[in-house]
Ligand binder design. Structure first.
Ligand code: ADP
Ligand code: MG
Length: 697
């Protein structure tokens, strides 16, 4: 059945080809369905009148009741404007029109009581409203909706009468034709009953034309719930499908290499959290289902050893394993760390990156295909078609947010039966976000640092304490430590940032003429970058001046201090990631956040959180609260981009409820085949086809 919902917006009463084009361009509205999902961003209470004396520079759209005292045309030709003086008993304000002046002058009468609606702006000493909405006081009384929706529009739209009012008229035209046969209920009746949800049809009417505050908030709840429920259903469905399609290898034995490594070569006692995660993984690899597990753990929490032991489980059962890292340096560090640890146990490791070429590469690929390599460590190079395993059983992806979904999916294809998957991230993700971004993955968390770590001490200093900070750097270096100094480099002001970095580098050189200093930034050739990084890693330089390119994974335990320049320009999560580069050794480490003298309240809040806590999860929660989820990597691929109304930072409770309801529905009816779920299923299929969704974790 072709529903009116999918009609082209052009054919809605009041639109036509020109406005259709504008709605498409400006708001991505192509169909009637798109239109009714363009929700008001706020509502004006039209039962409330402001007094003119209450107006100040922060005043938004308001409604005033008063008398039009006078009107006059000012200026000539194109600069001509009509100006009116409007008064209530508390003061007066100017009303200004630049267009249709003749018509307006005729239509309005001085001495009559009007209600004016608009946003006051300050000009000189007085306030004025340009192109106000104006009605006689009598007309207002007749209106029955007191909550008036306000829609986002653009200047361009306004030229074609598509201001907020204009959009509201279109919503009315659409909803008049889209009654409950079009806006069919999709939720099962018992869910509607259990949570006293408005029907779908009613919810859309109420959100665009609210009758009361209460019915409006019910409409908002219903629509948010539906948005979140659909995402959860989709994620949980894809998990069910995957479990059916992909049988998992069963790793029965762990009595050989795993055992040997655990007993003889493990260099330290595992933390409780590491043991718990390994048990979770063990259970997955025995279940007969494919493992798809996200391992979250703050920087330095010891994810590598967990991934190594996971790979040993595969090896004990005759499989190969691989670990993919986002940069050559990280891959190299894994190689250095892992190969050494397992050499004695007779495990064969190899490193494959873009710089492994020619004969070495050929030999490596041959050995891999023959099964003579147990663990392949590398970068993106691993996913190339020429890389063929004999029998790949376990894939580990480190710092997974650096890879696209498609890249990860390619690794699965390296075996006829897909391998188990462990993806790791040091970017803690708040629960609500994880549930939505990675809702189809099982999640393990390492929430405990290895013993003996001293929490990093973070301090906030302003520009005027620079000398003291230099003194601090000097002290640390005299103790034999190394220091990072990090500068922001953000594209839009690249040249300025670059100069800032170079000035900084020069002043550090002047300050510490006797020291060896590395510099690394994005404009350098990759080979030069690697070279400079390596010098610092090997302790040949004492100070590393860099941009955020050092953010991910680099491990220099001797680095005990990080100075972050212009710290106010970084987001919380990024500050936390950067800070994680220090505090990796046994020494007390420090992080100094340098900022300008004047800070916005939000920047101050960010600095305070950083000074207060080292807890990545708490920081992630605050970050989500301050910035919203939009900036967090990966959100574009998930359903988050489709959330029109629900917010992951604010609608925690509704999300939990949606997850719970989705789980219950699917437990009872995994394929949504029961008659009560039939509309839900149809809707999800249609949605899927429209968006071309298909997501592999
Ligand atoms: P991340 O989770 O950031 O990848 P790593 O795996 O690199 O952390 O571990 C950081 C450091 O902690 C490494 O030097 C590692 O050897 C060490 N480490 C890991 N687990 C333990 C443990 N249980 N006890 C002591 N040190 C540990
Ligand atoms: Mg790591």
């Amino acid at each position: 059945m072709q529903s009116k919902l999918h009609n082209n917006i052009e054919f809605l009463k009041g639109v036509g080809s020109k406005r259709a084009e504008i709605l498409q361009k400006e708001l991505n509205i192509f169909t009637w369905n798109d239109l009714i999902h363009h929700f008001p961003f706020r509502y004006v209470d039209k039962s409330k009148f402001y007094r003119i004396e209450e107006i100040n520079e922060d005043t938004q759209f308001i409604q005033i009741k008063g008398v039009l005292k006078s009107m006059q045309l000012i200026g000539a030709n194109r600069k001509r404007r009509l100006q009116g003086t409007f008064e209530d008993d508390s003061g007066s304000i100017d009303l200004v029109w630049f267009a249709k002046t003749d018509w307006i002058q005729k239509a309005l009468k001085t001495g009559v009581e009007y209600v004016v609606y608009g946003k006051p702006k300050k000009f000189g000493r007085s306030f004025s409203i340009t192109h106000p909405e104006i009605k006689t006081a009598g007309e207002i009384v007749k209106q029955n909706h007191s909550l008036e929706p306000v829609y986002n529009t653009t200047e361009k739209m306004k030229k074609f009468n598509l201001d907020s009012k204009g959009i509201s008229r279109l919503q009315m035209n659409a909803l008049e034709q889209l009654n409950h046969t079009e806006l069919t209920e999709i939720l099962p009746l018992d869910v509607l009953d259990a949570y006293k949800l408005l029907s779908r049809n009613k919810a859309y009417h109420e959100i665009h034309f609210p009758n009361t505050e209460e019915s409006l908030s019910k409409a908002i709840f219903r629509i948010k719930f539906e948005e979140l429920l659909l995402i959860q259903l989709r994620l949980l469905r894809s998990k069910i499908n995957r479990n059916i399609q992909n049988k998992g290898f069963v790793f029965e034995k762990i009595d050989n290499k795993f055992q040997e490594f655990y007993e003889k070569y493990l260099p330290f006692e595992l933390t409780g959290a590491q043991k718990r995660v390994l048990k979770e993984i063990r259970k997955d690899t025995l279940s007969g289902k494919q493992m798809n597990r996200l391992l979250q753990g703050d920087v330095g929490s010891g994810k590598t050893i967990v991934s190594l032991m996971t790979m040993l489980m595969a090896i004990d059962n005759g499989f190969q394993a691989c670990i993919m890292a986002p940069t050559e340096i990280l891959a190299q560090q894994h190689m250095d760390g892992i190969a050494d640890l397992v050499k004695a146990a007779g495990i064969r490791c190899a490193l494959l990156t873009g710089s492994v070429k020619g004969k070495t590469r050929k030999q490596l690929l041959l050995a891999l295909a023959e099964g003579e390599i147990d663990i392949l460590i590398g970068t993106h190079a691993l996913i190339e078609d020429s890389v063929v395993f004999k029998n790949l059983g376990m894939v580990v992806v480190d710092e997974q947010h650096r890879f696209g979904v498609a890249q990860r999916a390619k690794l699965w294809k390296k075996n006829t039966q897909p391998p188990h998957n462990l993806v790791m991230t040091a970017t803690p993700i708040p629960r609500t976000l994880a549930m939505t971004l990675y809702g189809d993955l099982d999640v393990s968390i390492i929430d405990e640092l290895p013993p003996g770590r001293k929490p990093i001490q973070t301090i906030h200093r302003r520009e005027n304490s620079r000398l003291a900070v230099f003194g601090f750097i000097d002290k640390e270096i005299k103790k034999g430590r190394q220091v990072y100094i990090v500068y922001p480099l953000i594209e839009e002001s690249e040249t300025l940032d670059y100069n800032h970095l170079m000035d900084g580098y020069e002043s550090v050189k002047r300050q510490f003429p006797e020291l060896a200093i590395s510099i690394v930034h994005g404009k350098m050739k990759p080979a030069d970058k690697e070279y400079e990084m390596k010098r610092f890693v090997e302790g040949k330089t004492q100070i590393m001046v860099a941009t955020t390119v050092i953010e991910v994974g680099v491990n220099v335990p001797n680095a005990s201090m990080m100075v972050i320049e212009s710290a106010e320009r970084f987001g919380l999560s990024q500050l936390h990631q950067l800070r994680g580069r220090v505090g990796r050794g046994a020494e007390q480490s420090y992080c100094v956040l340098m900022t300008g003298l004047k800070l916005s309240n939000e920047s101050k809040a960010r600095m305070n959180i950083m000074v207060e806590t080292n807890d990545g999860f708490r920081i992630a929660e605050e970050d989500l609260r301050l910035r919203g989820p939009g900036d967090i990597e990966g959100t574009q691929q998930s359903g988050i981009a489709d959330l029109r109304l629900a917010s992951l930072s604010k609608d925690n409770k509704i999300l939990m409820l949606a997850r719970e309801v989705a789980t219950r529905i699917l437990n009872d009816d995994p394929f949504l085949d029961k008659h009560e779920n039939v509309f839900l299923k149809e809707y999800m299929i249609a949605q899927h086809q429209q968006k071309g969704w298909g997501r592999i974790a």
